[in-house]
Design a protein around this ligand. Structure first.
Ligand code: UDP
Ligand code: MG
Length: 311
């Protein structure tokens, strides 16, 4: 059995040594045939130099150097495209995905599971705000998405190569990997772990990136936000009709009643807001359709590090 580890690196200079020191002994004990596909996602520090240095010492390490920063989802896609193992495990390079879990995952794979995801039991290391937004986001996602993603899982999981083969066929530009992994299905199970804090360095997924990823996820896996406006529209129209009847009868019985500035303003502003909001939602989808039809590559690899590594 050939085991592939896929790890994206973006400015992780403090973590490179620790990553290999912890990962390599564990996976060596599991299999004679291993590879570690390291994707350098446009790091501006010494990460790339360190990865190349490690590759000199350990030929099982492969370096995929992207031409610039493409973001974690695309970096992961690049790594998965280059992985050649029978079993593939994507993991973060900041050691928040503990490599000690790998033997358990492989055990489950031997029992016949095709996907083994790592489910975190506690997220104490994240801020309360991040935890709360994560909980509500996944609740909303699973409520409206056509394919739910399992609770409290990230990209850290084991995949059989047949699963990866199917994931690779999904050509969309919006790479919400967790969603894509879950969408392909197969026999899944979970192993549990406590998510440790970052080994060193600081998180590069800031609020803006997370917000974009959140919208990518929902728009890629649900059309509910688009369709809901017809129902909201129907509701508003129904209420407007009833209110219209009330006004007509009031005018017929009590005569013309001119004051009403406040109610008219409130209704006009409210409806204006609802219309802009629904237009904005359509814009989010149209913008993504535009991105998809351009069919740009998901990442660009600098061929310098590729020598003979493709096949
Ligand atoms: N990462 C990446 N490209 C980016 C941002 C992050 O490849 O543009 C990698 C990073 O090196 C790490 C993983 O993605 O291995 C997770 O990033 P981070 O720790 O910043 O996020 P979090 O732990 O909050 O998910
Ligand atoms: Mg992290």
């Amino acid at each position: 059995m050939k085991l592939s580890i896929v790890a994206p690196f973006h400015n992780e200079e403090e973590n490179v040594d620790e990553f290999f020191n912890r990962v390599l002994p564990i996976i060596r004990a599991e299999s004679d045939s291993i590879e570690v596909v390291c994707v350098n996602d446009g790091s501006s520090d010494t990460t790339l130099a360190q990865l190349r240095g490690w590759r000199e010492k350990e030929p099982v390490i492969r370096v995929v150097n992207l031409s610039r920063n493409f973001g974690k989802e695309n970096a992961l896609t690049a790594g998965l495209d280059h992985a050649t193992g029978d079993v593939i495990i994507p993991m973060d390079s900041d050691l928040q995905d503990p490599p000690e879990l790998i033997p358990q995952m492989i055990e489950k794979w031997r029992e016949g599971y095709d996907v083994v995801y790592a489910r975190r039991t506690v997220r104490n290391t994240d801020t309360l705000a991040k935890r709360m937004t994560a909980v509500w986001y996944y609740r909303l996602f699973n409520f409206i998405a056509d394919r739910p993603i399992p609770d409290n899982t990230g990209d850290f999981r084991l995949m059989d190569k047949k699963v990866l083969g199917e994931v690779k066929k999904l050509g969309e530009s919006a790479r919400f990997m967790k969603g894509l992994f879950s969408w392909v299905g197969f026999r899944c199970t979970a192993v549990e772990y406590e998510r440790p804090p970052r080994h060193d360095g600081k998180e590069s997924l800031n609020f803006r990136n997370l917000w974009r990823l959140a919208l990518d996820g929902i728009t890629a896996f649900s059309t509910v936000p688009l369709k809901i406006w017809s129902y909201i529209g129907m509701g508003v129209a129904g209420i407007a009709f009833l209110y219209g009847l009330v006004i007509i009868f009031k005018t017929l019985i009590l005569g013309i009643d001119v004051p009403g500035y406040a109610s008219i303003m409130v209704i006009v502003l409210f409806l204006g807001g609802v219309q802009l909001l629904s237009l904005g939602v359509i814009g989010e989808y149209v913008g993504r359709i535009y991105l998809e039809v351009k069919k740009r590559p998901h990442y660009i690899v600098d061929p310098e590090d590729e020598q003979g590594s493709r096949r």
